[in-house]
Write a protein that binds this ligand. Sequence first.
Ligand SMILES: [Zn+2]
Length: 218
Amino acid sequence: MGSHSILTQHVQAVANWHQHEREFLQHLADHGQSPDALYIGCSDSRVVPELLTASSPGRLFVVRNIANLVPPVDHADASVGAALDYAVGHLHVPHLVVCGHDGCGGVKAAMDGGAEAQFESLNEWLRGIAPAVARAGTEGSRIEQWRRAVEANVLVQLENLLTFPLIRKAVEAESLKLHGWVFDIKALALRVYDADYGEFVPSGDFLRDLDAERQQEL
Ligand SMILES: [Zn+2]
């Protein structure tokens, strides 16, 4: 697909929006954004945050990069840190989701020891996945290792988030809740990290547990 067809799609999409969403979009333009969540996901073209969460414009503040990384606060890369400052410090989003996905090429490249040598920036970035690869270990098949590394990578990023004083304070004050997700593109299924069990569980099971807990509290 060339840039021409992307532009054509854009023109058609805008025409459709004007027809069906004019009022809604004008409201967003007039009142600014007040998103429900900051979503940090992979740049992979198959994992589209708004489709995955059935979110309309205005609901998600999105950061996407290769393998959904959050470099720790002392890392030189300020791109994710800037988004954290704005979304959490200024927009006060109540939820922050880190979403990885099975079959992540970035995680696989890190498992294979990096990308081709001439891709210096990519290799520098992939180093951020090394702790997750080490944590996932070498047991089981390659696919099992890959799946564990994808899950470990989400957990490492949740830990890295807490290196930012802004995030740590918001979590401690319970004004911000962190969530770890992994999307399985093939199965069209989402796994959610359940801190009570220390593992990723199917999203349906996670919601049922939440409902049961709420009912116990009532
Ligand atoms: Zn990916």
